[in-house]
Design a binder for this molecule. Structure first.
Ligand SMILES: Cc1cc2nc3c(=O)[nH]c(=O)nc-3n(C[C@H](O)[C@H](O)[C@H](O)COP(=O)(O)OP(=O)(O)OC[C@H]3O[C@@H](n4cnc5c(N)ncnc54)[C@H](O)[C@@H]3O)c2cc1C
Length: 305
């Protein structure tokens, strides 16, 4: 119930206006966000790389409604790619279609995406198209497939969400296409017609999908994106039992979540951390609060102190 309230607030403009005006909220959000400036994200990436952890950099923002605002998004991503290349960082990028203008027009969004992918391909850097709410699932997978065919498998990946009933079928198809997939549980407010309402069912499905993906005799690549110890251990057991080579999978976590565990995993597996930066931190921050009640408590304590 509380989780659903926080997810509702993550999309409510009135709540965003109130919360983003509190200096303390910005301070607490810093736990999950590398900073508002690219330079801060680069410094965080350098630090993670020093600890043998790869990165995917995300310029925060979504649901853009003005075409001119997407120009800044593209420029920033091009700067991110130039910085990764110049500094020799072990990093790719993650993008959201609604940040690139999908809600304005698909043509604008795809044109923007092509600018970014062209630069990424030039440097040989991976781009992951994040998955948003179910309003965008079909379109995201369709655009992903088009871009993947245009730019190549090594450059473009996307995300599937284990909380959706449809994902089993999507995994079955994409694994045969040798796709590069990040599997997460899913972070949006979805109705029970589309998503398992109970955490236990989502967890069961996650474990099943990891096994389904890794057991397939294809070159599909799986990014196991979770902080859940039970999911991590089940994935490690599948990797061992199925004798899955390192070229077929990696683990992923979010910046600021279970940092010591990230370092431990990096000793045995490829480990990548999703590092967000930028000023539009509000919805991302609220989704992180929704995932863990203890984070809300930390936030409330900071407010009353
Ligand atoms: C690299 C990466 C990329 C992602 N990309 C997407 C995407 O494109 N689309 C999408 O819908 N979702 C995305 N997500 C979010 C994901 O869907 C989940 O909402 C999020 O990862 C929480 O699920 P969980 O698997 O960690 O397990 P949960 O069941 O939420 O949590 C299990 C345990 O992990 C720990 N934990 C989880 N979250 C936190 C936190 N915020 N702070 C502290 N501890 C925590 C706690 O111990 C918790 O009990 C991504 C997640 C990762 C790691």
């Amino acid at each position: 119930m509380f989780k659903r309230l926080l997810l509702y607030l993550s999309t409510a403009a009135w709540a965003r206006h109130i919360v983003t005006r509190w200096g303390i909220a910005r301070h607490v959000a810093r736990r999950f966000v590398a900073g508002e400036q690219l330079q801060e994200a680069i410094a965080a990436t350098q630090e993670l790389n020093r600890r043998n952890i790869a990165v995917t950099l995300d310029y925060l923002g979504e649901s853009v409604t003005r075409a001119e605002d997407t120009q800044d998004v593209v420029e920033t991503y091009l700067n991110v790619l130039d910085s990764i290349q110049r500094e020799g960082l072990q990093s790719g990028i993650s993008v959201k279609l609604t940040h690139l203008g999908f809600d304005i027009s698909e043509e604008l969004c795809v044109t923007n995406l092509r600018h970014i992918l062209t630069r990424a391909k030039q440097y040989g850097l991976p781009v992951t198209i994040d998955m948003e709410s179910t309003a965008y699932t079909d379109d995201t997978l369709r655009i992903y497939r088009t871009m993947r065919d245009e730019y190549g498998f090594d450059n473009v990946g996307t995300v599937l969400q284990a909380y959706l009933y449809r994902t089993e079928k999507d995994v079955a198809e994409l694994v045969q296409e040798n796709a590069h997939i990040r599997l997460c549980k899913g972070a949006y407010l979805e109705p029970p017609t589309h998503a398992f309402p109970n955490k236990a069912d989502v967890d069961k499905n996650y474990v099943k999908l990891v096994e389904q993906f890794l057991a397939a005799k294809t070159n599909a690549y799986l990014c196991i994106a979770t902080h859940d110890e039970a999911m991590i251990q089940a994935a490690e057991a599948s990797i061992k039992r199925l004798n899955v080579p390192k070229e077929r999978y990696e683990f992923q976590m979010l910046y600021g979540v279970r940092t010591p565990r990230q370092e431990e995993l990096a000793k045995q597996h490829t480990m990548r951390v999703y590092v967000p930066f930028g000023e539009a931190w509000y919805p991302y921050f609220m989704r992180r609060l929704a995932e863990r009640p203890a984070n809300v408590w930390f936030f409330v304590k900071s407010l009353v102190r």
